[in-house]
Design a protein around this ligand. Sequence first.
Ligand SMILES: Nc1nc2c(c(=O)[nH]1)N[C@H]1C(S)=C(S)[C@@H](COP(=O)(O)O)O[C@H]1N2
Ligand SMILES: [Mo]
Length: 411
Amino acid sequence: MDRFDSLLAGTIARRRLLAGGALGIAASTAALAQGSGRFMRLAMAGGMESRPLASDLPGKGEMIVLRNRPPLLETPMSVFDESVFTPNDRFFVRWHWADIPLSVDAEAFRLTITGGKRPVSLSLADLLKLPRISYAAVNQCSGNSRGLFDPRVPGAQWGHGAMGNARWEGVALRALLDAAGVGPGAKSVGFGGLDRPLTEVDPFEKSLALDHAMDGEVMVAFAMNGEQLPLLNGFPLRLIVPGWYSTYWVKALNHIDLMSGPDENYWMAKAYQIPDAPGADVPPGTSTFPKTPISAMNPRSWITNIEEGSRLPHRRHLPVGGIAMGGDRSVSRVEVSGDGGRTWRDARLGPDEGRYSFRRFDARMPLDATGRHVLMSRCTSSDGVVQPMKANWNPGGYMRGCVEALRIETA
Ligand SMILES: Nc1nc2c(c(=O)[nH]1)N[C@H]1C(S)=C(S)[C@@H](COP(=O)(O)O)O[C@H]1N2
Ligand SMILES: [Mo]
């Protein structure tokens, strides 16, 4: 068996496994209602001091629970210190509507493409026969770090863990659209999945401009870090839009539609709109401003080897390390500061896993005196964009990208 066959065998095996998976969600929801008992400190101004943890959701290890129906699960920061690739069982989870697929019949599943010169319907076995592409890319929620917005904004109060990096493997969307035949009137491409709202509202659907959809990089992925996708991360297929926020990365993708007009769907026309201003930044409290759909990510970085609020034995050179991302460009530089951003020094960059991936950085931070220190990291992307010191603000809590402060005390 080559890798190709074993993946398909894996998807079929998964069909059986998922019968138990569905029960797993019901069971763990009950457990949470009773209180699973484990908590983790994750303090945010004006918010809770700690968050409940769960480790009994199907395909998932220990995750921070923001909500359980549908699941909103955040990755603890310590996971990002272990590798630039986020393990599938620790990868964050976000769904909008509560009727999510609890099992998928891998043999009966079809991906359909409509609106082209001919209708296309592909089984997973068909898809696995097509030429493949693969690359590493960060999947980050548009509202990652929303819980840190000041003044606070409504929406999931994520810390920094609504993100993850994986090596994705699948078929270029362009190849699938070519198979369907793109007509001269096609303007954009819409994407829908197996999840459904419980009421009469728009299902979660997104679209991309035709040129973007045809760039050869946008991918219909069936594998993540060399394995099939976890159910909660979109088994059996999901869209990968590298460099763009994950709101476009439609999970449990089963329908693609070539469209000739503008997309009026709520999720494109109304939701995920950001201020059409540099850094998606408007004065706090502002609600009327020119809007544009969210798109490419910005550079970010996080120190991951030290926890916020730590008390550490004093060392003249404190090892500081973490991860950086360039947004839709690669990481060209990471600097670190031990004095709240007054002075900076270059960190050493780890291996380059591609422009859309996390990149590791490490430095030895000289600390002269014992006491309180504010540690920071600052990423510069290959197009010269530097993380700003000042946090942005918008009512959706989108696109946080500022330098983050980590307060510690040494004695
Ligand atoms: N089908 C479907 N795909 C979806 C969503 C959804 O609600 N339904 N949410 C999107 C959003 S907003 C995010 S942040 C990512 C989360 O991906 P993950 O759960 O694999 O981490 O999925 C995206 N794809
Ligand atoms: Mo999201």
